[in-house]
Structures are given as C-alpha cells and as structure tokens.
Design a protein around this ligand. Structure first.
Ligand code: ZN
Ligand code: ZN
Length: 191
C-alpha cells in the first residue's frame, strides 16, 4: 500500500464497510458517492430505473433510503466531487470546511466500526481463554479419573489374586478334611 492509498483508507461503503483502497476497480468493486453524501459499493446500492434509458441513473441510498443521483468514485469524477476525496484537504489553498467535514464524518464512522470490530475480537479472545481454561480443567479431571481407574484396576487384580490364593487354601483345607475323613472311615471299617 503506497502513501496515497493510506490517505484513502477512510473511503468505505457506509453499509458493508468494504474499503475503497482494498476493493477499487482492480478487484471488480465500484464505489458510488451519492448526492446525500453517503458512499456505497455496487453490492449495496440499487439503481432505480430512470424515466428513460438515457437518464442518468438514480440510486436508492442503502443508508438513508433517499432516491438520489450518484457518481462512481474514480478519476473521471467532476472536480467539485473529486475534491471531496482530496488526500490533503487541510492544505491551505484547499482548506475547505465542507471537504474536511465530509472526510471527518466518514473517518469517524469507519473508526467507530473498527472499534466495534476490535471489541468483537476481544470478546472472541476472552471466550477462547475461557474455553481453554475449561479444557485444561477437564484434562486434569480426566487425568485424575485415569489415575483412580489404574488404582482400582490394581486393587481388583489384588482381590482376584487373593480369591485365587483363598481357593488354593480352601482346596487344601478340603483335601486335609477329606484325607482325615477317609482315614477315619477306613479305621472304622477295619474295626
Ligand atoms: Zn457495500
Ligand atoms: Zn444516503
């Protein structure tokens, strides 16, 4: 972006806030200065049909809904309209309150829009931080849950082992009992 473009940053569609310097003719967008002093891009302004095809088009301003004449913003504009876009209206020979007022109005409008966008970005940013914190909390909880699960698995393993050991003992006890019983019964038989 050259220095000249920087001085035109304030020129924007008053409805969709598309900027002239980023979307001028090369990218296919056209911008119109309407007689109500609003600026609109070709996507946002409607042309109302004139009484005859040769009539200069009348536009319906998307901002104030006036039916007005308009001129495309380009080098072919008549001087009195082109001067509204002069990059340095404060130069002595051009000092003109109307031009400065026009540019100030549009600049303030655009700055206000930028501030609103900035606020939206900050909101998204803080939402992201909140979401991240929530994720970290969930992650920690998940880690704790995993540890608990591991402990429970170990405990279950120990219990299983104990049951297995117990069944050895039970079998052993049973065998002892059985052998005693068989000894006693054989002793009874021999009597
Ligand atoms: Zn627009
Ligand atoms: Zn208007």
């Amino acid at each position: 972006m050259d220095e000249n473009d920087v001085k035109k940053l304030w020129i924007h569609c008053n409805r969709c806030y598309k900027q002239y310097v980023h979307h001028k003719e090369t990218s296919g967008s056209r911008f119109f200065l309407l007689a109500c002093q609003d600026i609109a891009c070709d996507k946002c302004v409607e042309a109302a049909p004139g009484r005859s095809p040769s009539d200069a088009p009348i536009y319906i301003c998307p901002i104030c809904r006036c039916k007005v004449r308009g001129r495309q913003i380009n080098n072919a504009m008549p001087y009195h309209l082109k001067s509204l876009f002069h990059p340095e209206p404060w130069l002595d020979e051009l000092r003109n309150e109307a031009i400065a007022g026009f540019q100030r109005k549009h600049m303030n409008r655009f700055l206000k829009y930028c501030q609103e966008k900035e606020k939206e970005v900050q909101k998204v940013d803080s939402d992201m931080t909140l979401a991240l914190t929530a994720c970290q909390k969930l992650y920690l909880e998940l880690e704790q849950a995993r540890q608990i699960r591991r402990q429970l698995e170990n405990r279950a393993q120990q219990i299983k082992q104990q049951i297995k050991n117990n069944s050895h003992i039970r079998k052993y006890l049973y065998l002892i009992k059985w052998s005693r019983y068989s000894k006693e019964s054989s002793a009874r038989r021999t009597c």
